[in-house]
Design a protein around this ligand. Sequence first.
Ligand code: G6P
Ligand code: MG
Length: 221
Amino acid sequence: MKAVLFDLDGVITDTAHYHYKAWRWLGEEIGVVVDEAFNEELKGISRSESLEKILEKGNLTTKYTQTEKNELTTKKNDVYQKMIEEMTPNDLLPGIQELLLDLKEKQLKIGLASASQNGPFILAKLNIADLFDTIVDPTTLKAGKPAPDIFIQGAKQLAIAPVDCVGVEDAIAGVSAICAANMAAVGVGDAVQLKEATKVVPTTDLLTYPLLEKTWQDYRN
Ligand code: G6P
Ligand code: MG
């Protein structure tokens, strides 16, 4: 294992919950129920794709023009940004700071592979931006998760072969993207939902360097 590519929301910090709250709010505005089960389908995918899924659920795909759709995603992002404004390093999920420092000490490369355009802002708020060797800009990619593009691009930016990388994800679409990129996948969350992953842990405090290294070795063998 030479590099680790991290998803952000739900892996490094609990912004997955803020995204959920903001989409639920927008759903209420337009009359679509966004519950926790449906929200699983929104994890890992872009803002515009998330809106499309919500509109599909409400049979509203033809109701809005592209301009109106842009207004809706902007409204959601405004609500979301108010929530993340107050974030501090205390909002790092358990074990993440220790893991990042451990990976640095072992001289592994660290990359961010998040579909979020708010990624750099959040890393700064969490005071961990310096620990990242690279951040993939999700707006430059042809296809979002579950396509492998974001993880392949992350490996490329680090100049490491995908097969020598481990990806860490909490979303079903994200785990699929890692697998499609030919990387070992570590899932955080429900082992049944994330069954495609090489290894699943229920919580981030279990994400340690030895666990990632072992997962990578199991994947290679
Ligand atoms: C991640 C999250 C999604 C979010 C997407 C876009 O993939 O898991 O819930 O919708 O990023 O985030 P953004 O901050 O750009 O709206
Ligand atoms: Mg996530």
